[in-house]
Design a protein around this ligand. Sequence first.
Ligand code: UD1
Length: 363
Amino acid sequence: MVVIGARPQIIKSAPIIHDALKDSTIELQIVHTGQHYDFEMSKIFFGEFALPDPTINLGVGSGSHAWQTGKMLAGLEKAMLELKPDVVVVPGDTNSTLAGALAAVKLHVPVAHVEAGARSCDMAMPEEVNRRLTDHCAQLLFAPTEACLRNLSKEGVPKDTIFLSGDTMYDALLQHLTENLDGVLDRLDLERETYGVLTLHRPSNVDDQTRLKNIMRVMMDLDDLVIVFPVHPRTEKMLRAVGLLKDLKKSPRLRLMEPVSYHSMLGLMRNSRMVLTDSGGMQKEAFWLHVPCITIRDTTEWGETVALGANALAEMPERIIEKAKGFLADKALKKRLRTLPNPFGDGRASAKIVHTLKSYVAT
Ligand code: UD1
């Protein structure tokens, strides 16, 4: 059983689902918690990734963390009792991940965590809590990088339960680079290398009104760069609440839009001057697409990309401007990014994961 619920989990599990579907000896169940329910946040990805409909959609929806996680937990327990999985696969670090892991471990069903061992060391982030707890419920931990593997060893996770698999988001990206990704530029009337891509959705950035206003001010101040900004529903709500949404929509410097599909986002990122984001996944995707990234946070779970000079942490407005100017001035940067080693595996993480799951269930 693969448990998904939020947008990034669909991307992370799609390569695993496809590898499992190729094997007629595997009976696959997909359970969607319904954490993300908007078309742009969920259904569109099922289409792009050609995924089968979930066996069950719990339709949990939005709410406080405790309410949302609790509701998922009860629904997932029922689903697991009904479908009797041999192993429950939980990707990523969302509330759906934690609910899937907790429901399974309490029923003594083995838990497999995909993207195990990532750490920002910031327990104020809901995702950090989710991923730590999930790792410590899991019997199979698929670490995307060596650094993730070391994090798990430091926390005392038994070595024989950790597998260095590589990152399934990298698998997904390689599988989709063959698609026509650049059509989005025509649709949005954008020229290559003239714009930056911004996404924001972390509570630490968008739920704090002053911070949100400051970040938006910085985006208006970035000379010579149009900012393409697909707006997450949480962020849209907050921009409306602080009375900024209308002005931002009118600004010639900003291009606000609904959340975009996976292909459109890859197309936007790979043709951009830089990515500015607080997303974990986009930091990695920018890295794989050889586009410099500014992470609008003071911590990251993907320190590898910072150490290699492809990603810069910048939480304060002045630092965002300083880093952006530095990236824009460095004409050789993109060329250099192409030469960097990739710590995230060889694009075949999902095959390794499915193979390991099969052997585990068989023994
Ligand atoms: C969740 C994950 C985060 C992940 C992100 C990707 C947790 C704790 N967070 O954050 O790790 O990076 O998804 O997008 O699980 N909303 C809609 N439509 C939707 C979904 C949400 O309008 O389809 C609104 C709701 O009003 C909700 C808010 O967005 O209150 C936040 O949604 P939620 O699922 O709680 O967390 P995300 O911020 O999306």
